[in-house]
Design a protein around this ligand. Structure first.
Ligand code: GLC
Length: 464
Protein backbone atom coordinates (compact mmCIF):
# COMPACT_ATOMS: atom_id res chain seq x y z
CA UNK A 1 0.00 0.00 0.00
CA UNK A 2 1.23 3.44 -0.88
CA UNK A 3 -0.28 5.33 2.09
CA UNK A 4 2.44 7.20 4.05
CA UNK A 5 2.68 5.98 7.63
CA UNK A 6 2.54 9.52 9.04
CA UNK A 7 -0.97 9.96 7.63
CA UNK A 8 -2.09 6.75 9.29
CA UNK A 9 -0.48 7.76 12.59
CA UNK A 10 -2.18 11.12 12.45
CA UNK A 11 -5.55 9.46 11.78
CA UNK A 12 -5.04 7.27 14.85
CA UNK A 13 -4.26 10.31 16.96
CA UNK A 14 -7.45 12.01 15.81
CA UNK A 15 -9.51 8.90 16.48
CA UNK A 16 -8.06 8.60 19.96
CA UNK A 17 -8.77 12.27 20.61
CA UNK A 18 -12.46 11.59 20.02
CA UNK A 19 -12.75 8.96 22.77
CA UNK A 20 -15.39 9.62 25.44
CA UNK A 21 -14.61 8.64 29.03
CA UNK A 22 -17.23 7.47 31.49
CA UNK A 23 -16.27 6.68 35.07
CA UNK A 24 -12.67 6.98 33.91
CA UNK A 25 -13.11 4.31 31.28
CA UNK A 26 -13.34 4.67 27.48
CA UNK A 27 -16.93 4.06 26.41
CA UNK A 28 -17.36 5.45 22.91
CA UNK A 29 -16.32 8.15 20.43
CA UNK A 30 -17.77 11.57 19.60
CA UNK A 31 -19.42 11.90 16.19
CA UNK A 32 -17.17 14.85 15.35
CA UNK A 33 -14.68 17.09 17.02
CA UNK A 34 -14.85 20.25 14.97
CA UNK A 35 -14.17 23.34 17.11
CA UNK A 36 -15.29 25.66 14.30
CA UNK A 37 -18.94 24.59 14.14
CA UNK A 38 -21.78 24.45 16.67
CA UNK A 39 -21.85 20.86 17.91
CA UNK A 40 -25.66 20.26 17.79
CA UNK A 41 -25.63 16.55 18.64
CA UNK A 42 -22.28 15.78 17.03
CA UNK A 43 -20.76 15.83 20.53
CA UNK A 44 -22.60 12.59 21.26
CA UNK A 45 -21.64 8.99 20.64
CA UNK A 46 -23.82 7.64 17.82
CA UNK A 47 -24.35 3.88 17.76
CA UNK A 48 -23.93 3.60 13.98
CA UNK A 49 -20.89 5.89 13.90
CA UNK A 50 -19.25 4.08 16.77
CA UNK A 51 -19.59 0.78 14.92
CA UNK A 52 -16.87 1.96 12.54
CA UNK A 53 -14.63 3.15 15.41
CA UNK A 54 -15.27 -0.17 17.15
CA UNK A 55 -13.98 -2.09 14.14
CA UNK A 56 -10.86 0.07 13.97
CA UNK A 57 -10.15 -0.57 17.66
CA UNK A 58 -10.88 -4.30 17.44
CA UNK A 59 -8.59 -4.72 14.47
CA UNK A 60 -5.87 -3.01 16.47
CA UNK A 61 -6.42 -5.40 19.36
CA UNK A 62 -8.06 -2.78 21.60
CA UNK A 63 -11.14 -4.60 22.78
CA UNK A 64 -11.82 -2.82 26.06
CA UNK A 65 -13.56 0.28 24.66
CA UNK A 66 -15.90 -1.91 22.63
CA UNK A 67 -16.69 -4.12 25.59
CA UNK A 68 -17.46 -1.04 27.72
CA UNK A 69 -19.67 0.38 24.99
CA UNK A 70 -21.64 -2.86 24.70
CA UNK A 71 -22.13 -3.18 28.45
CA UNK A 72 -23.22 0.44 28.94
CA UNK A 73 -25.53 0.67 25.94
CA UNK A 74 -27.16 -2.60 26.93
CA UNK A 75 -28.30 -0.80 30.07
CA UNK A 76 -29.78 2.00 27.94
CA UNK A 77 -31.98 -0.31 25.86
CA UNK A 78 -35.59 0.74 26.17
CA UNK A 79 -37.65 -1.45 28.48
CA UNK A 80 -40.90 0.48 28.12
CA UNK A 81 -43.50 -2.27 28.33
CA UNK A 82 -46.39 0.02 29.12
CA UNK A 83 -47.45 1.07 25.66
CA UNK A 84 -46.64 4.70 26.42
CA UNK A 85 -46.64 6.19 22.93
CA UNK A 86 -44.20 8.94 23.91
CA UNK A 87 -41.56 6.48 25.02
CA UNK A 88 -39.41 4.32 22.75
CA UNK A 89 -40.75 0.81 22.24
CA UNK A 90 -39.33 -2.07 24.23
CA UNK A 91 -36.07 -3.31 22.74
CA UNK A 92 -35.09 -0.12 20.89
CA UNK A 93 -31.43 0.82 21.17
CA UNK A 94 -30.51 4.51 21.32
CA UNK A 95 -29.36 6.45 18.26
CA UNK A 96 -26.84 8.23 20.45
CA UNK A 97 -25.90 9.05 24.02
CA UNK A 98 -23.84 11.55 25.95
CA UNK A 99 -22.23 11.68 29.36
CA UNK A 100 -23.96 14.09 31.78
CA UNK A 101 -22.99 15.07 35.29
CA UNK A 102 -25.49 15.69 38.09
CA UNK A 103 -24.53 16.23 41.71
CA UNK A 104 -20.99 15.35 40.70
CA UNK A 105 -22.14 11.97 39.47
CA UNK A 106 -21.80 10.88 35.87
CA UNK A 107 -24.62 9.18 34.02
CA UNK A 108 -25.42 8.41 30.39
CA UNK A 109 -28.26 10.20 28.65
CA UNK A 110 -29.61 8.30 25.63
CA UNK A 111 -31.45 9.77 22.65
CA UNK A 112 -33.88 7.45 20.89
CA UNK A 113 -34.80 10.13 18.41
CA UNK A 114 -36.92 12.17 20.80
CA UNK A 115 -34.40 15.03 20.60
CA UNK A 116 -33.04 14.37 17.12
CA UNK A 117 -33.72 16.74 14.22
CA UNK A 118 -37.17 15.80 12.84
CA UNK A 119 -37.59 13.32 15.72
CA UNK A 120 -36.50 10.23 13.78
CA UNK A 121 -36.35 6.93 15.66
CA UNK A 122 -33.36 4.76 14.73
CA UNK A 123 -34.30 1.36 13.34
CA UNK A 124 -30.64 0.55 12.69
CA UNK A 125 -29.12 0.99 16.18
CA UNK A 126 -29.99 -2.50 17.41
CA UNK A 127 -28.63 -3.96 14.18
CA UNK A 128 -25.30 -2.15 14.53
CA UNK A 129 -25.18 -3.20 18.16
CA UNK A 130 -25.50 -6.87 17.16
CA UNK A 131 -22.85 -6.47 14.46
CA UNK A 132 -20.49 -4.96 17.05
CA UNK A 133 -21.19 -7.64 19.64
CA UNK A 134 -20.42 -10.34 17.10
CA UNK A 135 -17.24 -8.58 15.94
CA UNK A 136 -16.17 -8.13 19.56
CA UNK A 137 -16.68 -11.84 20.26
CA UNK A 138 -14.73 -12.77 17.12
CA UNK A 139 -11.85 -10.46 18.03
CA UNK A 140 -11.66 -11.30 21.74
CA UNK A 141 -12.98 -14.86 21.93
CA UNK A 142 -15.17 -13.64 24.82
CA UNK A 143 -18.37 -15.53 24.00
CA UNK A 144 -19.10 -15.61 27.74
CA UNK A 145 -20.12 -11.96 27.57
CA UNK A 146 -22.70 -12.61 24.86
CA UNK A 147 -24.00 -15.62 26.75
CA UNK A 148 -24.73 -13.63 29.91
CA UNK A 149 -28.42 -13.48 30.64
CA UNK A 150 -28.68 -9.69 30.17
CA UNK A 151 -27.05 -9.96 26.76
CA UNK A 152 -29.28 -12.84 25.68
CA UNK A 153 -32.33 -10.82 26.77
CA UNK A 154 -31.13 -7.77 24.90
CA UNK A 155 -30.64 -9.80 21.70
CA UNK A 156 -34.12 -11.25 22.01
CA UNK A 157 -35.76 -7.87 22.61
CA UNK A 158 -34.14 -6.57 19.43
CA UNK A 159 -35.39 -9.63 17.58
CA UNK A 160 -38.89 -9.23 19.02
CA UNK A 161 -39.00 -5.70 17.66
CA UNK A 162 -38.30 -6.91 14.12
CA UNK A 163 -39.91 -10.31 13.99
CA UNK A 164 -43.27 -10.00 15.69
CA UNK A 165 -46.42 -7.86 15.56
CA UNK A 166 -46.23 -6.53 12.04
CA UNK A 167 -48.74 -4.96 9.66
CA UNK A 168 -47.00 -6.73 6.85
CA UNK A 169 -46.42 -9.90 4.87
CA UNK A 170 -43.00 -9.45 3.27
CA UNK A 171 -39.80 -10.93 4.70
CA UNK A 172 -38.22 -7.47 4.42
CA UNK A 173 -38.58 -4.81 7.14
CA UNK A 174 -41.08 -2.01 6.81
CA UNK A 175 -39.70 1.30 8.09
CA UNK A 176 -40.50 4.99 8.01
CA UNK A 177 -38.44 7.60 6.16
CA UNK A 178 -35.07 8.58 7.60
CA UNK A 179 -34.87 5.77 10.12
CA UNK A 180 -31.18 4.93 9.70
CA UNK A 181 -27.94 6.46 8.42
CA UNK A 182 -30.08 8.57 6.09
CA UNK A 183 -31.88 10.23 8.97
CA UNK A 184 -33.84 12.78 6.97
CA UNK A 185 -36.68 12.55 4.48
CA UNK A 186 -35.20 11.09 1.30
CA UNK A 187 -37.89 8.75 0.02
CA UNK A 188 -36.28 5.87 1.91
CA UNK A 189 -39.45 4.73 3.64
CA UNK A 190 -40.97 1.31 2.96
CA UNK A 191 -38.37 -1.35 2.33
CA UNK A 192 -35.02 0.41 1.80
CA UNK A 193 -32.15 -1.83 0.79
CA UNK A 194 -29.73 -0.39 3.36
CA UNK A 195 -32.01 -1.49 6.19
CA UNK A 196 -32.62 -4.94 4.68
CA UNK A 197 -28.88 -5.63 4.39
CA UNK A 198 -28.31 -4.52 7.98
CA UNK A 199 -31.29 -6.56 9.12
CA UNK A 200 -29.77 -9.61 7.46
CA UNK A 201 -26.41 -9.01 9.18
CA UNK A 202 -28.19 -8.53 12.49
CA UNK A 203 -30.10 -11.78 12.14
CA UNK A 204 -26.97 -13.68 11.22
CA UNK A 205 -25.11 -12.15 14.14
CA UNK A 206 -27.93 -12.97 16.55
CA UNK A 207 -27.96 -16.53 15.32
CA UNK A 208 -24.29 -16.94 16.25
CA UNK A 209 -24.66 -15.14 19.57
CA UNK A 210 -27.73 -16.87 20.96
CA UNK A 211 -26.96 -19.86 23.13
CA UNK A 212 -27.12 -23.05 21.06
CA UNK A 213 -30.59 -24.54 20.74
CA UNK A 214 -32.34 -21.38 21.81
CA UNK A 215 -35.89 -21.42 20.47
CA UNK A 216 -35.38 -18.13 18.60
CA UNK A 217 -32.85 -19.79 16.28
CA UNK A 218 -35.46 -21.63 14.20
CA UNK A 219 -37.45 -18.44 13.68
CA UNK A 220 -34.30 -16.53 12.74
CA UNK A 221 -33.25 -19.24 10.28
CA UNK A 222 -36.58 -19.25 8.59
CA UNK A 223 -36.59 -15.48 8.18
CA UNK A 224 -33.03 -15.50 6.84
CA UNK A 225 -34.00 -17.98 4.14
CA UNK A 226 -36.98 -15.89 3.01
CA UNK A 227 -35.04 -12.64 3.19
CA UNK A 228 -32.17 -13.88 1.07
CA UNK A 229 -34.57 -15.25 -1.52
CA UNK A 230 -36.58 -12.04 -1.65
CA UNK A 231 -33.54 -9.81 -2.07
CA UNK A 232 -31.71 -11.95 -4.60
CA UNK A 233 -34.77 -12.50 -6.67
CA UNK A 234 -36.76 -9.28 -6.54
CA UNK A 235 -34.25 -6.51 -5.78
CA UNK A 236 -31.58 -7.55 -8.27
CA UNK A 237 -31.27 -5.53 -11.43
CA UNK A 238 -29.08 -6.02 -14.47
CA UNK A 239 -29.57 -5.35 -18.16
CA UNK A 240 -31.50 -8.60 -18.74
CA UNK A 241 -33.87 -7.88 -15.90
CA UNK A 242 -34.30 -4.30 -17.01
CA UNK A 243 -35.38 -5.66 -20.36
CA UNK A 244 -37.95 -7.81 -18.60
CA UNK A 245 -39.30 -4.95 -16.52
CA UNK A 246 -39.42 -2.74 -19.61
CA UNK A 247 -41.87 -5.18 -21.16
CA UNK A 248 -43.79 -6.07 -17.99
CA UNK A 249 -47.53 -6.68 -18.10
CA UNK A 250 -49.37 -4.91 -15.31
CA UNK A 251 -52.47 -5.44 -13.14
CA UNK A 252 -51.87 -9.18 -12.80
CA UNK A 253 -53.84 -10.94 -10.10
CA UNK A 254 -53.20 -14.17 -8.21
CA UNK A 255 -50.38 -16.69 -7.94
CA UNK A 256 -49.38 -16.73 -11.60
CA UNK A 257 -48.51 -13.01 -11.65
CA UNK A 258 -45.02 -12.34 -13.01
CA UNK A 259 -44.95 -8.66 -12.15
CA UNK A 260 -45.68 -9.37 -8.49
CA UNK A 261 -45.40 -5.79 -7.24
CA UNK A 262 -47.25 -4.24 -10.17
CA UNK A 263 -44.32 -2.13 -11.33
CA UNK A 264 -45.25 0.06 -14.29
CA UNK A 265 -42.56 0.14 -17.01
CA UNK A 266 -43.19 3.89 -17.35
CA UNK A 267 -41.62 4.29 -13.88
CA UNK A 268 -38.19 3.29 -15.22
CA UNK A 269 -36.15 6.50 -15.07
CA UNK A 270 -34.43 7.78 -18.22
CA UNK A 271 -30.95 7.96 -16.63
CA UNK A 272 -30.98 4.24 -15.90
CA UNK A 273 -31.44 3.20 -19.51
CA UNK A 274 -28.06 4.74 -20.36
CA UNK A 275 -26.27 4.21 -17.08
CA UNK A 276 -26.78 0.50 -16.43
CA UNK A 277 -23.74 -1.28 -17.93
CA UNK A 278 -23.87 -4.40 -20.05
CA UNK A 279 -21.80 -6.24 -17.46
CA UNK A 280 -22.70 -6.07 -13.79
CA UNK A 281 -25.74 -5.07 -11.79
CA UNK A 282 -26.93 -4.05 -8.33
CA UNK A 283 -29.71 -4.31 -5.81
CA UNK A 284 -32.27 -1.55 -6.30
CA UNK A 285 -32.80 0.89 -3.46
CA UNK A 286 -36.33 -0.08 -2.46
CA UNK A 287 -39.16 -2.36 -3.48
CA UNK A 288 -42.79 -2.27 -2.43
CA UNK A 289 -46.30 -2.20 -3.84
CA UNK A 290 -46.21 -0.43 -7.19
CA UNK A 291 -42.77 0.94 -6.47
CA UNK A 292 -39.22 0.14 -7.48
CA UNK A 293 -36.70 2.78 -6.43
CA UNK A 294 -33.99 2.40 -9.05
CA UNK A 295 -31.41 4.53 -7.22
CA UNK A 296 -28.09 2.87 -6.31
CA UNK A 297 -27.34 2.89 -2.56
CA UNK A 298 -23.73 2.03 -1.76
CA UNK A 299 -24.15 0.95 1.85
CA UNK A 300 -26.75 -1.74 1.16
CA UNK A 301 -24.99 -3.08 -1.90
CA UNK A 302 -21.57 -3.32 -0.26
CA UNK A 303 -23.05 -4.83 2.89
CA UNK A 304 -24.92 -7.41 0.82
CA UNK A 305 -21.54 -8.57 -0.49
CA UNK A 306 -19.82 -8.93 2.85
CA UNK A 307 -22.66 -10.76 4.56
CA UNK A 308 -23.34 -13.03 1.56
CA UNK A 309 -26.82 -11.75 1.09
CA UNK A 310 -25.70 -11.39 -2.52
CA UNK A 311 -24.84 -14.55 -4.42
CA UNK A 312 -21.29 -14.95 -5.71
CA UNK A 313 -22.35 -13.85 -9.17
CA UNK A 314 -24.25 -10.85 -7.85
CA UNK A 315 -21.29 -9.83 -5.66
CA UNK A 316 -19.02 -9.82 -8.70
CA UNK A 317 -21.72 -7.97 -10.60
CA UNK A 318 -21.81 -5.14 -8.04
CA UNK A 319 -18.02 -4.77 -8.18
CA UNK A 320 -18.20 -4.80 -12.01
CA UNK A 321 -20.73 -2.00 -11.84
CA UNK A 322 -18.52 0.04 -9.50
CA UNK A 323 -15.55 -0.49 -11.82
CA UNK A 324 -17.41 0.50 -14.95
CA UNK A 325 -19.26 3.44 -13.37
CA UNK A 326 -16.20 4.56 -11.40
CA UNK A 327 -16.52 8.18 -12.39
CA UNK A 328 -20.10 8.56 -11.18
CA UNK A 329 -19.79 6.42 -8.03
CA UNK A 330 -16.23 7.15 -6.85
CA UNK A 331 -15.06 10.19 -8.81
CA UNK A 332 -12.81 12.36 -6.64
CA UNK A 333 -13.91 10.88 -3.31
CA UNK A 334 -15.23 7.41 -2.48
CA UNK A 335 -18.14 6.77 -2.52
CA UNK A 336 -21.59 8.05 -3.44
CA UNK A 337 -24.08 7.26 -0.71
CA UNK A 338 -26.88 7.31 -3.24
CA UNK A 339 -26.83 7.71 -7.02
CA UNK A 340 -28.17 9.69 -8.78
CA UNK A 341 -29.33 12.78 -6.90
CA UNK A 342 -32.96 13.80 -7.04
CA UNK A 343 -33.81 17.35 -8.06
CA UNK A 344 -36.62 19.68 -9.09
CA UNK A 345 -40.13 18.62 -8.17
CA UNK A 346 -38.89 15.16 -7.04
CA UNK A 347 -36.58 16.86 -4.55
CA UNK A 348 -39.38 19.12 -3.33
CA UNK A 349 -41.75 16.23 -2.76
CA UNK A 350 -39.35 13.58 -1.48
CA UNK A 351 -37.26 15.73 0.84
CA UNK A 352 -39.83 18.38 1.75
CA UNK A 353 -37.55 21.04 0.19
CA UNK A 354 -34.70 20.05 2.55
CA UNK A 355 -31.93 22.60 1.98
CA UNK A 356 -29.30 20.27 3.44
CA UNK A 357 -30.19 17.60 0.92
CA UNK A 358 -30.12 19.57 -2.31
CA UNK A 359 -28.93 17.79 -5.47
CA UNK A 360 -25.50 16.21 -5.20
CA UNK A 361 -25.13 17.18 -1.57
CA UNK A 362 -25.14 15.28 1.74
CA UNK A 363 -27.46 12.25 1.60
CA UNK A 364 -28.76 13.26 -1.81
CA UNK A 365 -25.82 12.24 -3.99
CA UNK A 366 -22.98 13.34 -1.72
CA UNK A 367 -19.78 11.27 -1.37
CA UNK A 368 -19.14 9.74 2.05
CA UNK A 369 -15.59 8.60 2.82
CA UNK A 370 -16.64 6.57 5.88
CA UNK A 371 -18.01 4.02 3.40
CA UNK A 372 -14.43 3.17 2.42
CA UNK A 373 -14.37 0.43 5.02
CA UNK A 374 -17.27 -1.30 3.31
CA UNK A 375 -15.63 -0.92 -0.08
CA UNK A 376 -12.43 -2.47 1.29
CA UNK A 377 -14.33 -5.35 2.89
CA UNK A 378 -16.34 -5.99 -0.27
CA UNK A 379 -13.16 -5.77 -2.34
CA UNK A 380 -11.44 -8.38 -0.18
CA UNK A 381 -14.49 -10.60 -0.22
CA UNK A 382 -14.66 -10.63 -4.03
CA UNK A 383 -10.91 -10.68 -4.77
CA UNK A 384 -11.18 -7.14 -6.11
CA UNK A 385 -9.05 -5.47 -3.46
CA UNK A 386 -7.35 -3.49 -6.27
CA UNK A 387 -10.51 -1.40 -6.65
CA UNK A 388 -10.58 -0.58 -2.94
CA UNK A 389 -6.86 0.24 -2.94
CA UNK A 390 -7.37 2.63 -5.82
CA UNK A 391 -10.23 4.29 -3.96
CA UNK A 392 -8.23 4.60 -0.74
CA UNK A 393 -5.32 6.15 -2.65
CA UNK A 394 -7.64 8.78 -4.13
CA UNK A 395 -9.12 9.55 -0.71
CA UNK A 396 -6.26 9.52 1.71
CA UNK A 397 -4.12 12.58 0.96
CA UNK A 398 -7.15 14.67 0.29
CA UNK A 399 -8.91 13.68 3.51
CA UNK A 400 -5.83 14.44 5.55
CA UNK A 401 -5.38 17.82 3.88
CA UNK A 402 -9.09 18.67 4.27
CA UNK A 403 -9.11 17.57 7.94
CA UNK A 404 -11.36 14.52 7.60
CA UNK A 405 -14.67 16.01 6.42
CA UNK A 406 -17.94 14.24 6.99
CA UNK A 407 -18.92 14.26 3.31
CA UNK A 408 -18.21 15.81 -0.11
CA UNK A 409 -20.52 17.51 -2.59
CA UNK A 410 -20.86 17.68 -6.34
CA UNK A 411 -21.42 15.16 -9.10
CA UNK A 412 -17.91 13.81 -8.68
CA UNK A 413 -17.28 14.71 -5.04
CA UNK A 414 -14.89 17.56 -5.80
CA UNK A 415 -16.12 19.94 -3.10
CA UNK A 416 -15.99 19.60 0.65
CA UNK A 417 -19.59 19.18 1.83
CA UNK A 418 -21.34 22.51 2.30
CA UNK A 419 -22.17 21.77 5.92
CA UNK A 420 -19.67 19.00 6.52
CA UNK A 421 -17.99 18.84 9.90
CA UNK A 422 -14.23 18.49 9.98
CA UNK A 423 -12.66 15.77 12.12
CA UNK A 424 -15.71 13.57 11.61
CA UNK A 425 -14.90 10.43 13.55
CA UNK A 426 -16.33 7.81 11.24
CA UNK A 427 -14.49 9.35 8.29
CA UNK A 428 -11.25 8.81 10.21
CA UNK A 429 -12.24 5.36 11.45
CA UNK A 430 -13.55 4.33 8.02
CA UNK A 431 -10.16 5.03 6.48
CA UNK A 432 -8.34 3.19 9.26
CA UNK A 433 -10.56 0.13 8.95
CA UNK A 434 -10.14 0.13 5.16
CA UNK A 435 -6.39 0.39 5.57
CA UNK A 436 -6.30 -2.45 8.08
CA UNK A 437 -8.51 -4.67 5.94
CA UNK A 438 -6.37 -4.15 2.88
CA UNK A 439 -3.15 -4.79 4.75
CA UNK A 440 -4.39 -7.74 6.70
CA UNK A 441 -7.28 -9.54 4.99
CA UNK A 442 -7.70 -11.77 8.04
CA UNK A 443 -9.59 -8.91 9.70
CA UNK A 444 -12.40 -9.56 7.26
CA UNK A 445 -13.51 -12.30 9.59
CA UNK A 446 -14.89 -9.70 12.02
CA UNK A 447 -17.48 -8.43 9.60
CA UNK A 448 -18.08 -11.07 7.00
CA UNK A 449 -20.24 -14.15 6.82
CA UNK A 450 -20.10 -17.19 4.62
CA UNK A 451 -22.86 -18.85 2.74
CA UNK A 452 -24.75 -21.36 4.83
CA UNK A 453 -26.63 -23.91 2.84
CA UNK A 454 -29.57 -24.05 5.23
CA UNK A 455 -30.23 -20.34 4.84
CA UNK A 456 -29.65 -20.00 1.20
CA UNK A 457 -32.27 -22.39 0.03
CA UNK A 458 -33.22 -20.10 -2.79
CA UNK A 459 -35.78 -22.57 -3.97
CA UNK A 460 -37.88 -21.92 -0.86
CA UNK A 461 -41.50 -21.57 -1.85
CA UNK A 462 -42.81 -18.08 -1.18
CA UNK A 463 -46.40 -17.38 -0.39
CA UNK A 464 -47.02 -14.87 -3.16
C1 GLC B 1 -25.83 12.69 10.44
C2 GLC B 1 -25.92 11.42 9.61
C3 GLC B 1 -26.05 10.22 10.52
C4 GLC B 1 -24.90 10.19 11.51
C5 GLC B 1 -24.83 11.50 12.29
C6 GLC B 1 -23.61 11.59 13.17
O1 GLC B 1 -27.03 12.90 11.11
O2 GLC B 1 -26.98 11.47 8.71
O3 GLC B 1 -26.08 9.05 9.75
O4 GLC B 1 -25.04 9.11 12.36
O5 GLC B 1 -24.79 12.59 11.39
O6 GLC B 1 -22.46 11.50 12.41
Amino acid sequence: MGIPQNLIDSAWQSLEASIIQYHDRPVGTLAAKDPAVHALNYDQCFTRDFAVSALAFLMKGEVEIVRNFLIETLKLQSCNKHLDCFKPGQGLMPASFKVETKNEKEYLLPDFGEHAIARVAPVDSGFWWLLMLRAYVKASGDMALAHQLEFQNCIKLILDLCLTSRFDMYPTMLVSDGSYMIDRRMGVYGYPLDIQALFYIALRSARELLVPEDEYITVVDERLGHLVYHLRYYYWLDIDLLNEIYRYRVEEYGPTAVNKFNIYPASIPEWLKEWLPEKGGYFVGNLGPGRMDFRFFAQGNLMAIICKLASEEQSQGIMDLIASRWHSLIGRMPIKLCFPAIDGRDWEIMTGCDAKNTSWSYHNGGNWPFLLWLLAAAGQKTDRADLAERALDIAMTRLYKDKWPEYYDGKYGRLIGKEARKFQTWTIAGVLVAHQLLNNPQHLELVSFDEESAMVSCSLPIPF
